[in-house]
Design a binder for this molecule. Structure first.
Ligand SMILES: C[S@@+](CC[C@H](N)C(=O)[O-])C[C@H]1O[C@@H](n2cnc3c(N)ncnc32)[C@H](O)[C@@H]1O
Length: 232
């Protein structure tokens, strides 16, 4: 390879990665409308018990995407909220009052022991290296939470229901008839390397989280892990 080919190759790889990220973001935005997402997050927050918590709590939503999780916190009356995501394109779609930062959640740009609640919906299964990246994120969450703070996690989890969903995703005709499933199948294809690696390592995942956090409430149902935990 000549000296001129090196930077060209790097540029091509970066363009391909950006193309994949754009395709994934477009499928993610087709999967649910913002209104559907807000209702989903509201139901989750109620399950975690957030409706009964002080509205003075400082909440940080990590991997917040286009910010509909933030909108759900706002709808429950929380006003000290902020979001972090690495995608400026998705963050630019958020229309609420929370402060948002473009950052990698393996290095959260906030002070230690400064937040009461950290919420993660569907971000951890995007981490490339398990368990290292997960341990970095968990360590960062542990660092930024005050003593007695709370961590909320909702992530995909291998269950018979999820296996059925994957089976449907493999059927072209089902995808053609069901737009939401088609969007999910496209997202899954584009994030396959991290998604399936995440699903294949439930013990590794739980061990990494439980080392730093004590579970308070946990539920596995319909292809999802729901976990409420407190710093050890
Ligand atoms: C499935 S989306 C979830 C978005 C939102 N929480 C939701 O449930 O709709 C995953 C998000 O994680 C973000 N992301 C992936 N890796 C990240 C990282 N290391 N740091 C920050 N954000 C990341 C992506 O940009 C994307 O917005």
């Amino acid at each position: 390879m000549t000296a001129q080919q090196w930077p060209r190759r790097g540029l091509d790889q970066a363009a391909a990665a950006d193309g994949r990220a754009r395709a994934w973001e477009s499928a993610y935005c087709r999967f649910e409308t913002p209104q559907q997402e807000v209702r989903k997050f509201q139901r989750r927050l109620k399950w975690f018990g957030a409706a009964g918590w002080s509205r003075e709590l400082r909440v940080i939503e990590l991997f917040c995407g286009r910010g509909n999780g933030l909108a759900a916190w706002e709808s429950l009356g929380f006003s000290h909220i902020e979001g972090v995501d690495r995608s400026p394109r998705l963050l630019s779609e958020y229309r609420g009052n929370a402060m948002c930062s473009v950052a990698d959640c393996r290095e959260i740009p906030v002070a230690s022991s400064s937040r009461d609640v950290a919420a993660i919906h569907g971000g951890l299964h995007h981490l490339e290296r398990l368990p290292q990246d997960l341990e970095d994120v968990v360590g960062e969450v542990r660092r930024i939470l005050k003593p007695g703070g709370r961590l909320l996690i909702v992530e995909p989890w291998q269950t018979p229901f999820l296996a059925l969903v994957h089976e449907c995703c493999r059927r072209r005709v089902v995808r053609k008839l069901w737009r939401k499933l088609d969007a999910l199948a496209e997202m899954t294809e584009l994030e396959a390397s991290t998604y399936f690696s995440w699903l294949a390592q439930p013990e590794v995942v739980l061990e990494s989280i439980h080392r730093a956090f004590e579970p308070v409430r946990m539920r596995i149902a319909f292809g999802k892990l729901f976990l409420l935990a407190q710093p050890r």
